[in-house]
Design a protein around this ligand. Structure first.
Ligand code: GLU
Length: 465
């Protein structure tokens, strides 16, 4: 049984786009094998918790269709799925490690810890805890009985190679000499990430730990904890971190990082996921456009390249445009009216406008920029009309005389009129376009005029006059 998970910490405004990427891979692998995708909330760092973050992360995942099979919302056999509700479990398991000598109590003060690290740095050693408390366990128990604050530390062996196979990176080896005696339980009674992640991945029967490469240096510590419990390891895959086009790490300063930002801009979830699928992975047939079902069919973790893939919003815009272009009119109509919910767009105009705008729309939020004039009179004009008022009066009269208000006929009439007035088409239609829309660039003018209707066109011309 394939069981994958993401384990977001509610420490940000929303789920990071990089974590959405990791989520998509986890979700896909589970789906491919008829397995389960779990969302566990890792909220043990009480100082970094942000109110509302958990709810936002979960709702964004749902909005992208990455719905979990088990989570705080939908429940499941292996709950609770929020770490702050599992404190008893961590306590119980940390006691097992204390009892079998894999962990020990430590009451060192912050000042002592800092001094030790500083001294080590001066002596050009890797700064880490010096195991001072390890030999004083009996004394420490007394100190704790008298109310002294304490932590539980992992007793890292002195000189041992920790080796694991990463599905994407191959063999990873690190000597324990480089590892600190990691704190497992903090003085506030909460576990650290390292202890909780191992216990939960084990108890929740996670088969594949697929997470960002930034966690790879933590994995050897986790392996020591698995070994200390005598537990079998899950499979590990550390996926590359997304980069800006300049190769720097995707960060708030250079790129929008919150996944819901992309929805607010009118990117389609399916297009964003398709784009994310191509981060460090390529379709065996070289395809660029494929949906989640197809991705699940052909995806393998082994095919992911470990080097930092570039997340380029411009490329994503192109892909989003491809998705929009392929949508049925009725679907696009639904998406646009939903996107502009509070504007209550006239559904008739909206429907008629779609064939005119579909090809040029890259994101839903561009729709009103392009087609807004079909719903509302222009409030400003990109050109002035002094000297053209007489001409405009004649245009209005001409249009008034037209009986069948169809794009082609409007076009023919206006061409004949421009010819008879000896005005170059370019100049004439530019004037008319700005009169009707306020703008110099619009969807095809004749079709737009048909949608606007005779009365409205004439009213807009008179308005300018
Ligand atoms: N809580 C960690 C995070 O916020 C989870 C890392 C992991 O997947 O093990 O990303």
């Amino acid at each position: 049984m394939i069981r994958t998970r993401i384990a977001p910490s509610p420490t940000g405004t929303d789920i990071h786009i990089g974590n959405l990427y990791t989520a998509y891979l986890n979700w896909t692998l589970a789906k491919k094998h008829g397995g389960k995708f779990i969302v566990r909330i890792e909220d043990t760092d009480r100082t970094r918790r942000i109110e509302g973050s958990e709810e936002k992360i979960l709702s964004t995942l749902n909005a992208f269709g990455l719905t979990p099979d088990e989570s705080v919302e939908v429940g499941g056999k292996f709950g609770p799925y929020r770490q702050s509700e599992r404190l008893d479990i961590y306590k119980k398991y940390s006691k097992i490690l204390l009892d079998n000598g894999s962990a020990y109590l430590c009451t060192c003060s912050r000042t002592r810890l800092e001094t030790v690290r500083e001294d080590m740095k001066v002596n050009k050693q890797i700064p880490k805890y010096d195991k001072y408390c390890l030999s004083r366990q009996e004394a420490i128990k007394k100190e704790i009985e008298n109310g002294k604050e304490h932590v539980v530390r992992l007793n890292v062996p002195e000189d041992e190679d920790v080796i694991f196979q990463d599905i994407i990176r191959g063999e990873v080896k690190i000597n324990t000499g480089n590892l600190d005696d990691q704190v497992l339980m903090k003085s506030d009674g909460y576990p650290t990430y390292h202890l909780a992640v191992v216990i939960d991945d084990y108890l929740m029967k996670i088969s594949h730990v697929i997470r960002a490469e930034e966690w790879i240096s933590s994995t050897p510590k986790h392996i020591l904890i698995y070994k200390a419990f005598g537990w079998e390891l899950p499979k590990f895959a550390h996926v590359p971190i997304l980069r800006n086009p300049d190769k720097s790490k995707l960060s708030k300063r250079k790129n929008p990082v919150w996944a819901s930002w992309y929805l607010e801009q009118g990117f389609l979830p399916s297009a964003v996921l398709n784009y994310l699928a191509l981060m460090g992975w390529s379709h065996p047939e070289g395809k660029e456009i494929f949906d989640a079902d197809e991705f699940a069919e052909v995806f393998t973790l082994e095919r992911i390249q470990p080097v930092g893939p570039v997340f380029d919003v411009k490329k994503l815009e192109w892909m989003n445009g491809q998705y929009i272009m392929k949508l049925e009119i009725s679907n696009l109509k639904f998406l646009i009216s939903n996107f502009y919910k509070d504007k209550n767009l006239d559904p008739n105009i909206l429907e008629k406008s779609i064939p005119l705008v579909r090809e040029r729309l890259k994101k839903l939020n561009e729709y009103l920029d392009i087609a807004g004039f079909l719903f509302e009179k222009p409030s400003s004009y990109e050109k002035d009309f002094s000297g053209e008022k007489e001409l405009l009066k004649k245009v209005a009269d001409k249009l008034e005389s037209l009986e069948s208000w169809k794009a082609d006929e409007i076009g023919n009439l206006m061409q004949d009129f421009a010819t008879s007035e000896n005005i170059p088409f370019g100049k004439f239609f530019m004037m008319l376009r700005v009169v009707l829309s306020g703008k110099k660039i619009t969807p095809p003018l004749n079709d737009s005029m048909e949608i606007l209707g005779k009365e409205e066109c004439i009213a807009r011309i008179k308005n300018v006059i």
